[in-house]
Design a protein around this ligand. Structure first.
Ligand SMILES: C[S@@+](CC[C@H](N)C(=O)[O-])C[C@H]1O[C@@H](n2cnc3c(N)ncnc32)[C@H](O)[C@@H]1O
Length: 487
């Protein structure tokens, strides 16, 4: 079986330069939806150029700006169906953020069509904000004849807004690459409704018509029915916020269903917007080969941890595109300090803080933890990341933030080695005494070099970067457990 691959980068570039024609059996993609919700997305490459340091995380950033206009023009100049379609859309919705979003999607969908095998299938996850436009794009790129299903994923969530029905579904557009009869599709089955079960039990039901064309009463056969064929409305619970690794995380069950229906063991599944890796974990569990791509360093680190938490150390895969040495890290810091910050926080499993919140001034990332044997008091580690020169003032600032936040631990992650006065100032902050009986420096300085050499934070009672999401660690005496929670 070929290698599993996890790419950090813009999926357009990765697909174009690394994925060969007709090599993928199944694609599931869950791009940011262009709704006004905030997403954990770093996206600015509408024109295929390197992202700029000014990119704002956690925000939909599609704007009908110069980059979007360039992307739009490129599509139109390319000619063909999609060009005509985009021109029509332009005359209808004009230059707007939605057109910017669609202009980002077109070249990616075209690349996805190229890499998909003749017998392959693609599932595009979206919501009603853009699904009608995306379906037009899919028709334009994959052909209307290759449309297979519109799957409605229905879920429950907290009610919001009063003057409309609750918006409780997403849409998954299922297309095939061709009308090949060799396309993989395994029929899945649902449970019978309670009324059918009551009347017919689990037996196979046969029905027919008499000579006059009148319907005969249904009868049962001795053998059991296979079940009811899976329909296109799927009721599956959302991942509850408390259990989410990622704000837009999809349930494993949803993606497992797609993988089971549209691929075989050993097939290759690709997720070009892989977020916290739901597709990857599902594919791995179902013995498929996988390729994941994401543009955030945070995602890559979350996926690494998630695979290890869910499946242990034995999963074999290669990560491509992440800094693996100090010069790589320096290059990333020069090119994109935001990405550097996320990547560095990812090394310790911390989550970035929304910088727009004034209350979080001076904090780049956070980790919450519980080490209280009696209560459920939430404690926290505050992170500050510096890619430029550092001085004792940074340690003083961090001490101030710790005080303000009443946090237990503060960690400065730095690209450059700390000075002696910084170390002295950090030492003066004293230690945090955990109820486990362990002692940990309240202010810690850790360099990127040390993190790359697998050094971890001194925290109670084990490594933060190993237990980053939620780990229950039974203490040696077997009496208690602790949980690490992400913000
Ligand atoms: C809606 S989330 C996917 C969530 C995923 N299905 C899960 O269950 O975790 C979209 C992801 O696409 C990533 N993304 C956005 N633009 C991208 C691009 N051009 N290339 C690669 N990844 C991108 C974002 O970083 C984000 O992680």
């Amino acid at each position: 079986m070929a290698e599993n691959l996890l790419y950090y980068g813009d999926n357009f570039d990765v697909l174009k330069h690394h994925v060969k024609d007709e090599t993928i059996d199944l694609i599931y993609l869950d791009p940011p939806f262009k709704s006004n919700q905030k997403y954990n997305v770093l996206f600015a490459e509408q024109n295929g150029t390197r992202s700029k340091a000014q990119i704002k995380a956690f925000e939909d950033t599609w704007r009908w700006d110069e980059a979007a206009v360039t992307a739009y023009k490129k599509i139109v100049e390319g000619g063909g169906n999609v060009s005509r379609l985009m021109q029509s859309l332009h005359s209808f919705i004009d230059g707007c953020d939605m057109l910017a979003y669609l202009s980002m999607m077109v070249p990616r969908l075209m690349e996805l069509r190229r890499v998909l095998k003749h017998t392959g299938s693609i599932f595009l996850h979206c919501d009603p904000t853009a699904s009608h436009y995306l379906k037009l794009l899919m028709d334009g790129i994959f052909g209307p004849g290759n449309f297979v299903n519109e799957i409605i994923w229905h879920y429950r969530k907290w009610p919001s807004g009063k003057y409309a029905f609750q918006r409780n579904h997403d849409i998954i557009l299922f297309y095939s690459k061709s009308d090949s009869r060799k396309r993989t599709f395994h029929q899945l089955f649902m449970d019978r409704t309670p009324s059918t079960l009551k009347r017919f039990g689990t037996s196979k039901i046969v029905s027919g018509y008499d000579d006059m064309g009148r319907r005969l009463p249904s009868k049962t056969e001795e053998k059991d029915s296979e079940g009811v064929r899976q329909d296109d409305v799927w009721d599956i619970g959302r991942v509850p916020p408390i259990k989410q690794l990622f704000p837009t995380q999809k349930p494993e069950l949803l993606i497992e269903r797609i993988i089971l229906a549209a691929s075989n063991e050993g097939d290759t599944v690709l997720d070009p917007f892989c977020g916290c890796g739901t597709t990857i974990v599902a594919a791995q569990k179902l013995n498929r080969r996988w390729i994941g791509i994401d543009i955030t360093h945070l995602s890559i680190t979350l996926i690494r941890n998630r695979l290890r938490d869910a499946l242990g150390e034995g999963v074999e895969y290669k990560v491509i595109g992440e800094p693996v040495s100090l010069p790589d890290a320096e290059k990333l810091a020069r090119e994109d300090p935001y990405q550097f910050q996320f990547w560095a926080l990812g090394l310790v499993g911390a989550r970035p803080v929304d910088q727009k919140k004034g209350a979080d001034k001076g904090i780049d990332g956070r980790l919450y933890f519980h080490d209280d044997t009696k209560g459920i008091k939430t404690k926290q580690i505050i992170f500050s990341v510096k890619s430029g020169q550092t001085s004792v003032a940074h340690i003083r600032d961090l001490r101030g933030v710790l005080e303000r936040e009443q946090a237990e631990l503060g960690v400065l992650i730095t690209l450059h080695p700390p000075t002696k006065p910084m170390r002295v100032e950090a030492k003066e902050a004293g230690s945090y005494e955990s109820p486990w009986g362990t002692s940990h420096p309240r202010i810690q300085i850790i360099t990127i070099n040390e993190l790359l050499a697998n050094k971890s934070i001194d925290s109670p009672p084990s490594k933060v970067n190993v237990t980053f999401k939620k780990a229950h660690k039974v203490m040696e005496n077997g009496t208690n457990n602790q949980e690490w929670l992400l913000e």
